[in-house]
Write a protein that binds this ligand. Structure first.
Ligand code: NAD
Ligand code: ZN
Length: 360
């Protein structure tokens, strides 16, 4: 099995294969039509020509390949404007399809473009980073950042198809592989069972072993898909995916977004493991440390001001009006495979757990 079906309101397939037959995979879902490919300046030169060629061979008319600068800064209103205007100039019709070939930045930006251009066009995710394959390409959250905060503009738009060619990962820098593995570790800890057992293969995944990468990606997609199917619009359950992210997001903000997301989430999970052992008497900290080390992630982050982290956590968009000041809600693990949502954590406990993951 190299594919997973996401049972969203409109179900779609996620295919994960080496040497993926892109033409065949796309044709099995969509009849050929008019398309634009969106990519970034790192991925485009490496992988856009072959993707374009595959689509053409399947009968698609590719009007244009739009390339945005690599990096988070492309999830901005100004780049968004450039992209929608280039679709308009290319003459992409309402019946057209936008293919996002790249990491999470291209996927989030492309999805938001597809959700709004002509009130919505078909969207296909072609994830090229490990993070995009295991996390961002699945679930339909798309959006942009504002100077005031990350992901503050967005929409829900499920893609028609997600097609990941494992060969694309051959060009992904090792540090980026580890960023994706942080989310894999997170989901394996949340899921438990065979997925958790397969986390013993993290080193092999890091060294590029294709079967292992495929297994871990499929586990992750299956886990995320099950949650999305239950809670497509994040009314409740989907919040478990925030494991490690409450403090992780705070650390990223306090570091001025200089800290890679996976490294921030790794530190956030270590903090959460400490909070979990205080709250539930668990002993999962060594497990977290072993897994994150195998994923090539640091066990601490460069020091930042703890009060700035706490303040950023207080501004998180996932906070509710009913949340008390000086209190945070965490996802904590009662055990591997047994997450608990909405665990209230006081500011003093949070301060302590953050302090423990800062390098001196
Ligand atoms: N929508 C969601 O549900 C969701 C979930 C998690 C993260 N995200 C978003 O995803 C983004 C992060 O995604 P990301 O880590 O993929 O970042 P990214 O898109 O910036 O990619 C990371 C880097 O790797 C490069 N790259 C990607 N694939 C490559 C390949 N095959 N070969 C060589 N280089 C390659 C990119 O050009 C970039 O420089 C953030 O904006 C985050 O908010 C969204
Ligand atoms: Zn994340």
């Amino acid at each position: 099995m190299s594919s997973v079906t996401v049972d969203a309101t409109t179900p779609y397939e996620v295919r994960v294969e080496p040497a993926l037959d892109l033409a065949g995979t796309v044709s099995a879902t969509l009849s050929p039509g008019t398309a634009v490919i969106l990519t970034d300046s790192d991925v485009g030169p490496l992988h856009a020509p072959s993707a374009e060629e595959a689509l053409r061979s399947a009968g698609w008319v590719v009007l244009n390949t739009v390339t945005v600068p690599t990096g988070e800064a492309s999830k901005s209103l100004s780049v968004y404007e450039e992209v929608v205007r280039s679709l308009a100039r290319a003459g992409l019709p309402r019946s057209g399809t936008l293919f996002a070939l790249g990491g999470g930045v291209v996927g989030d930006l492309g999805g938001f473009v597809a959700s709004s251009y002509m009130r919505g066009i078909d969207f296909v995710q072609l994830p090229t980073s490990l993070l995009a394959m295991v996390d961002s390409s699945v679930g339909g959250k798309v959006g942009l950042d504002l100077p005031e905060g990350k992901n503050l503009i967005g929409a829900f738009l499920q893609p028609r198809l997600v097609a990941a060619n494992l060969d694309w990962l051959e060009t992904l820098p090792p540090r980026e592989v580890s960023q994706g593995l942080a989310e894999v570790v997170k989901m394996g800890l949340l899921a438990g069972g065979k997925f958790f057992e397969d986390l013993s293969r993290l080193e092999a995944a890091r060294s590029g072993e294709v079967e292992t990468l495929q297994a871990l990606i499929l586990h992750s997609v299956r886990y995320k898909a099950a949650i999305v199917a239950e809670d497509e619009r994040e009314a409740g359950l989907r919040a478990v995916l925030n494991y490690g992210h409450t403090i992780g997001h705070g650390l990223e903000a306090a570091a001025g977004y200089d800290l890679p997301h996976g490294e921030a989430v790794a530190a956030g999970m270590l903090s959460a493991a400490r909070l979990g052992s205080e709250r539930f008497g668990t002993d999962l900290l060594p497990t977290h440390e072993d897994l994150l080390r195998s994923a090539g992630l640091p066990l601490e982050v460069p020091t930042v001001d703890v009060e700035t982290v706490l303040a950023a956590m207080g501004r998180d968009k996932k906070r509710r009006n009913s949340d008390r000041p000086g209190e945070y809600r965490f996802v904590l693990l009662r055990d591997v495979g047994r997450p608990e949502r909405d665990v209230p954590v006081g500011i003093a406990e949070a301060r302590h757990a953050i302090g423990a993951v800062l390098a001196n």
